[in-house]
Write a protein that binds this ligand. Structure first.
Ligand code: AMP
Length: 399
């Protein structure tokens, strides 16, 4: 069985073609600058990467190029597009109704269209990706996998905001949580590598990338998470502020005359590590500047690290314990100084890491950085959302 996984962003389309019998990736790549020129990087294991700059007018044009490449004489990994058995889509937001991965139907598409107002950045490209598949591969079943669905078991007191209840009931303003596919994957994976049933484990998963979120997974279920109504809530991120006193918003509007959109842009695109450091949203650049003694870079790092610690501590309190702590995504998988500082002075909670293992970790595989004798297992687990999407697609496409 061959499954194509698509992850559509506002101007990008990432793809991976899986052979589900072997679990191997046959080809993967990224289409960029959709709607404003175009570029595609296509990778086939064992062959040279292919790069081209075609004109991608929309997501449909990008998908067409991907399908042509997969069967082209030079880059072929399948003989015919009909060999693709199903398509799995990453969809950031499932709203209140799409609580689990689901087969795509007309009514699913219609529902996703109704929730675009609460998912304005990611909703339209995901819908465009689904429609492009329907047009180009009409007989191939499609499955939508939502970032929010891992949180569908959260209890009401964890997702209802303490604002007038009408806003929850009528406007669906609540905590949804994001990065769920990643948290679901790494929590299952840490249970596997530890060799214990996930039902027995209390796990905190830290997905630290350009966008970051932290989730408490108790017995295999996400019971709480740092992102909320949008991916804006939680810890400081590359360019997002994370949680700030909401009065900052109204104060800026009242005293500086900013519009709602302008404040949203400040908090979404000009804050976080970039906003504090004034240097970059890329944690590597900030770590470098901090090491050279730049005060604002050091401050940005401290804010990030303190935020992560606070969430871990609060989730230990909520779960009454912790068995495993997981670091994943760009920062979590690569930046050993962040992991070291987060885990410093956490021995009270049983979290202690081996500094040598943390510094000399192996990339791309689950890696145990637990100090010998520590109560809590601490692991680096490379995330694999695409694999998770392919698996859900295999399970649901032919139901
Ligand atoms: P992501 O959003 O998961 O791609 O993560 C992006 C973040 O990971 C950026 O802040 C990068 O600085 C950070 N990062 C650190 N080391 C690396 C690395 N070796 N490769 C990619 N990203 C890295």
């Amino acid at each position: 069985m061959k499954i194509l996984v698509l992850n559509a962003g506002s101007s990008s389309l990432k793809y991976q073609l899986f052979n589900m019998e072997t679990g191997n990736v046959l080809a993967k790549g990224t289409c960029e600058r959709i709607g404003a020129g175009g570029a595609i990087t296509h990778k086939v294991p064992g062959r040279d990467n292919f790069y081209e700059e075609p004109d991608f007018k929309n997501h449909g044009a990008a998908l067409k190029t991907v399908l042509e490449l997969l069967v082209s004489k030079e880059h072929r990994v399948i003989e015919d597009v009909n060999e693709i058995d199903a398509v799995g889509h990453r969809v950031a937001h499932g709203g209140a109704k799409c609580r689990q991965s689901t087969k795509v139907t007309e009514s699913v598409i219609k529902y996703l269209e109704t929730i675009v107002p609460i998912n304005p950045l990611h909703g339209p490209p995901a819908i465009a990706g689904i429609k492009a598949c329907t047009e180009l591969m009409p007989s191939v079943p499609q499955v939508a996998v939502f970032d929010t669905s891992f949180y569908s078991d959260m209890e009401d007191f964890r997702y209802v905001y303490p604002i007038p209840y009408d806003f929850y009931e009528n406007d669906k303003i609540r905590r949804y949580g994001f990065h769920g596919t990643s948290h679901r994957y790494v929590s299952a994976e840490v249970a596997r590598v530890i060799g214990r049933p996930i039902e027995e484990l209390k796990i905190v998963t830290c997905h630290l990338g350009n966008g970051s979120s932290i989730t408490a997974v108790d017995g295999g279920k996400a019971i709480d998470t740092s992102m909320g109504f949008t991916p804006q809530e939680g810890i400081a991120m590359g360019t997002r502020s994370g949680t700030v006193d909401p009065t900052v918003v109204t104060y800026l509007m009242k005293t500086k005359g900013y519009t709602a959109q302008e404040v949203e842009d400040i908090l979404n695109k000009k804050s976080g590590l970039l906003g504090v450091s004034g240097i970059s949203n890329d944690c590597r650049n900030i770590a470098e500047a901090a090491a050279e003694g730049n005060y604002r870079a050091q401050l940005a790092m401290k804010i990030l690290i303190n935020g992560i610690k606070k969430y871990i501590g609060s989730y230990v309190a909520e779960m009454n314990g912790i068995d495993a702590l997981v670091f994943t995504a760009g920062i979590g998988e690569n930046q050993m100084d962040i992991r070291r500082e987060v885990c410093k002075n956490m021995s009270y909670l049983g979290i202690e890491i081996d500094e040598d293992k943390n510094a000399n970790f192996e990339r791309g595989v689950p890696f145990n950085i637990t100090k010998s004798g520590a109560r809590v297992q601490t692991w680096i687990i490379p995330t694999d959302e695409e694999y998770m999407i392919a698996n859900d697609t295999k399970r649901l496409a032919f139901e």
